[in-house]
Design a protein around this ligand. Structure first.
Ligand code: ADP
Length: 262
């Protein structure tokens, strides 16, 4: 009867919801596969570049007769630079793998966020001083939260390092801490070069850099912000970005005060 049809109709629309749900999942899996392939090809490219340069440098020293000592030194310095770069990429990759959402190994404890942020900024002060950048911390309230201290530290350090790196001499970086009854908020604000509108969606992607040459020059790998995002998501948090070219950039991280495992 009427009732029966309603049930059948309900069941049908449930079924069609389910199929479209499956399709979504299939789409996601296809994308995942693609992004994994892309990731592997990016990793290989990034890792090979320094190796190729080192080989060229070493080969040319090896095949030349009577290499002047200055040239020898210059090439060796270049090789050391490439080695440093290679180790930075490997370190970042290891952090990224550690913070992959699928390897859910958070080491949660109750942490005084004010103290931790003070410590993080103290460690980064020397880098800021090199560019005469003012590094300020402002706290609107004392915060204690359940976080993974190591992963949170890596995330915030990455944001502050970027704020220094993509800034001019004599610029400033302001870090602030606030909270409501559910979340705490860390804001990292700089008056640096900013991120062009069209790049803002992409900066969290692995290996994405707005300006490859500049990022390379400053020792960037393009992995920093994907590490930050993974760390924040592991805490069931969120990250937001506001930026204007030649004006500055603000990243806001929101993390629950209490960690609830899923
Ligand atoms: P990188 O190792 O290149 O710094 P990230 O993943 O940390 O990689 O950042 C991706 C890109 O986003 C950077 O190459 C840079 O172009 C841009 N970016 C990140 N943070 C800032 C910032 N505070 N100001 C301007 N540009 C930034």
């Amino acid at each position: 009867g009427h009732y029966d049809r309603r049930i059948r109709k309900g069941a049908y629309s449930e079924l069609s919801d389910m199929t479209s749900g499956f399709n979504d999942i299939l789409d996601k899996m296809n994308n995942l596969d693609e992004s994994r392939q892309e990731f592997v090809s990016n990793v290989s490219h990034e890792l090979k570049t320094p190796i190729t340069s080192m080989k060229v440098l070493a080969d040319s020293l090896n095949t030349q007769e009577d290499v002047p000592v200055e040239l020898y030194r210059e090439f060796m310095a270049d090789i050391v630079e490439e080695i440093d770069r290679e180790s930075k990429i490997i370190d970042d990759l290891l952090s990224l793998v550690k913070m992959d959402k699928s390897s859910m190994t958070l080491n949660i404890s109750s942490v005084n966020i004010n103290e931790l942020l003070e410590l993080i900024l103290k460690r980064l002060k020397p880098i800021a001083q090199k560019k005469n950048i003012e590094l300020l911390f402002e706290s609107f309230r004392p915060v204690v939260a359940e976080i993974d201290e190591v992963k949170f530290t890596i995330a915030i350090s990455n944001l502050v390092e970027n704020a220094i790196k993509y800034n001019r001499d004599n610029g400033w970086v302001h870090v602030s801490l606030n909270a409501d009854h559910r979340y705490f908020y860390v804001r990292v604000e700089d008056n640096g070069i900013g991120i062009p509108q069209e790049s803002q969606k992409m900066v969290f992607e692995r290996f994405y850099r707005v300006d490859k040459a500049r990022s390379r020059q400053t020792g960037g790998t393009g992995l920093g912000l994907s590490i930050v995002r993974n760390a924040v998501l592991m805490h069931h948090g969120a990250i937001r970005l506001h930026s204007e070219e030649d004006v500055g950039t603000t990243f806001t991280v929101r993390i629950p005060l209490n960690y609830v495992p899923e």
